[in-house]
Ligand binder design. Structure first.
Ligand code: SF4
Length: 103
């Protein structure tokens, strides 16, 4: 009985640290915030229709991360990594001034 309780405690502790580790690794792929300094400098918006058109006249309706060459999201995913932001997640409907039309 004593041994199985001890084994239970070890298993529980291992599970707890595995959970912590997975939470930490998930923290590496956080979403880009619009208030992130790089995002602010490049005018990133999670919703491309909210782009400041006066400040970014090169923005054309229909442009979005999902059709940007730099976007690395999987087809159909709502977010995907962008190398401009160190691989953080951008919204597939987002836009920033580093946009490059996908061919
Ligand atoms: Fe979106 Fe492209 Fe800007 Fe990255 S570089 S945030 S994919 S528009």
């Amino acid at each position: 009985m004593h041994i199985s309780r001890r084994r239970f405690m070890i298993t529980a502790a291992s599970l707890a640290s595995a959970t912590l580790l997975s939470d930490e690794s998930r923290a590496d792929v956080t979403a880009v915030s619009e208030t992130d300094p790089t995002a602010e400098a490049l005018g990133y918006k999670r919703d491309a229709t909210r782009v400041d058109k006066a400040k970014y006249p090169k923005y054309v309706a229909g442009q979005a991360c999902v059709n940007c060459q730099l976007y690395q999201g999987k087809p159909g995913a709502s977010t995907g990594p962008c190398p401009i932001y160190g691989g953080k997640l951008v919204d597939s409907r987002g836009w920033c001034s580093a946009y490059v039309k996908k061919n």
